[in-house]
Design a binder for this molecule. Structure first.
Ligand SMILES: CC(C)(COP(=O)(O)OP(=O)(O)OC[C@H]1O[C@@H](n2cnc3c(N)ncnc32)[C@H](O)[C@@H]1OP(=O)(O)O)[C@@H](O)C(=O)NCCC(=O)NCCS
Length: 183
């Protein structure tokens, strides 16, 4: 398995993995009517638009990383700088069958390495559904601290509690150096 910046050619595989991951991880959290509607089409449109200009050099204010195994995308992360100057880890998903094999940790190392190098001194944060206990266990294992809790209203009309987790700049630099040292 190796990790590289995502490009527009990865959009379809990322959209499919993103959809399958939501169907698996959020089955007990989000309404089935929403999950079983047009999730894949929405994701395909979203990732085509997001990656349209990506050439694989991770040079913009936003960046995707993909974990690739035998030519297939088995995980991805997407992050970028927000208006308040912090870096938002907006998406992180590992293929359901490949969870707990270290792929998520390596994606976070790459993402934090990118943040520390391109946007030094910034906090990295993310928003996770409060009922997503597995992801919260993973973020705590990686040293994330809960910093805020709020209720999010989704465009489809339902509301869910969300927790923000954050990593200060020193920890981002430390974790971001990890994968380079290991590989
Ligand atoms: C959350 C997710 C990205 C973690 O990726 P992963 O590849 O399964 O995790 P890793 O194997 O890299 O685990 C890294 C460490 O976290 C720990 N960890 C992983 N899952 C955990 C869990 N459910 N509870 C507690 N710790 C966990 C691992 O034991 C490991 O610790 P170790 O290094 O001491 O052995 C992945 O499970 C996933 O895609 N989940 C579904 C989508 C999702 O919820 N994404 C987050 C949206 S906010």
């Amino acid at each position: 398995m190796h990790i590289r910046p995502g490009t527009k050619d990865d959009a379809e595989q990322i959209a499919e993995l993103h959809t399958r991951s939501w169907l698996t991880a959020y089955a007990e959290i989000m309404p089935a009517s929403y999950l079983n509607a047009s999730l894949l089409d929405e994701r395909k449109a979203m990732w085509s638009a997001r990656l349209a200009a990506e050439t694989g050099d991770a040079g913009h204010g936003r960046c995707a990383f993909v974990a690739v195994e035998g030519g297939a995308v088995v995980g991805f992360a997407y992050l970028g700088v927000e208006g308040d100057g912090r870096v938002l880890l907006d998406n992180l998903h590992v293929q359901p069958e490949r969870k707990q094999a270290g792929i998520g940790r390596r994606l976070v190392c790459h993402a934090f390495g990118w943040a520390a190098e391109r946007h030094p001194g910034r906090t990295v944060y993310l928003e996770v559904l409060r009922d997503n206990a597995a992801a919260i266990g993973f973020y705590r294992r990686l040293g994330g601290q809960p910093t805020r809790e709020f209720v999010e209203r989704f465009p489809a009309g339902f509301k869910l509690p969300v927790v923000e987790y954050a990593w200060g700049a020193d920890l981002v630099r430390l974790i971001g150096g990890g994968d380079r040292l290991a590989s």
